[in-house]
Design a protein around this ligand. Structure first.
Ligand SMILES: C[S@@+](CC[C@H](N)C(=O)[O-])C[C@H]1O[C@@H](n2cnc3c(N)ncnc32)[C@H](O)[C@@H]1O
Length: 244
């Protein structure tokens, strides 16, 4: 997969994508990341990428010309048409399902805004406008990195155990939260690993994990339960706990 980022600050991407699992994915050629500074496409001698808003008001607005030119040039150079994601707090909220959808595409291009945001005409370039939540950051770099990270770890071969991602929250059992995990030692500061996990009975362990995931989801994110089919037994279990 090819993921490109149109940004004014390409150096910001170096750290987060140079370690651990993402670094290995890049080294193995499972994903290629390219950062393109759209200031290189500015047309005046000051290399301006922003200007004051028509109608007045605070802040500077990203001009359309450099971003349109950069998108066109990137498409021409790579020979493939990228799926263009505009980072904006006004977009649809990014979630695991979006990550799954994006991970199936061969070529993504994230456009990172800055200052007061984009000239409205830039929106016409986007296949999708995505937000990472209802808060406002200074730029689209961190949102683009977060979304790209979530996508890259889903690519085949990136995680050591191919089952791992399907057991994570929002993927586990069709969209509920993950169950509690424990590792050695059995006892730590008076806190003891549940005996069932030491029993070696895999059937019982699976049932316990499903119950724990349901309990956790019902307590923390009850709205997620409506997305899954509960068995009669599970419904009774949650009722008994006073959670539905
Ligand atoms: C200061 S913000 C502009 C916010 C804009 N004036 C608004 O209220 O919608 C600058 C840039 O940061 C990025 N950004 C900020 N918060 C974001 C979020 N929650 N999700 C995605 N991108 C975000 C976008 O690229 C945005 O153009």
């Amino acid at each position: 997969m090819l993921i490109q980022f149109l940004t004014l600050f390409p150096e910001m991407f170096t750290g987060p994508f140079s370690y651990s699992i993402i670094k290995r994915a890049r080294d193995k050629g499972l994903v290629t990341l390219e950062m393109v500074n759209f200031r290189e496409y500015a047309q005046d001698r000051h290399l301006s990428v922003d200007d004051t808003p028509y109608g007045g008001g605070p802040g500077m607005i990203l001009k359309p010309e450099p971003i349109f030119k950069a998108v066109e040039d990137v498409g021409a150079k790579t020979g493939s048409k990228p799926y263009i994601v505009l980072t904006t707090p006004q977009g649809e909220t990014f979630c695991q399902q979006t990550a799954v959808e994006l991970s199936k595409l061969p070529h993504l291009l994230f456009v990172c805004g800055h200052y007061e945001g984009f000239d409205e005409r830039i929106r016409t370039l986007a296949d999708r406008e995505l937000s990472i939540g209802d808060y406002v950051l200074t730029g689209g770099e961190l949102p683009a990195m977060a979304m790209a990270e979530a996508v890259i770890r889903l690519l085949p071969g990136v995680l050591g155990d191919p089952q791992a991602a399907s057991k994570d929250s929002f993927s586990f059992n069709n969209g509920i939260l993950d169950y509690p995990h424990y590792t050695k030692p059995v006892e730590f500061r008076g806190m003891i690993v549940p005996a069932i996990l030491l029993s070696g009975d895999h059937g019982k362990i699976e049932t316990w994990r499903r119950e724990q995931a349901l309990l956790r989801t019902a307590r923390r994110r009850p709205e997620l339960l409506s997305k899954i089919e509960l068995t009669v037994g599970e419904r009774e279990f949650l009722k008994k706990m006073g959670l539905i």
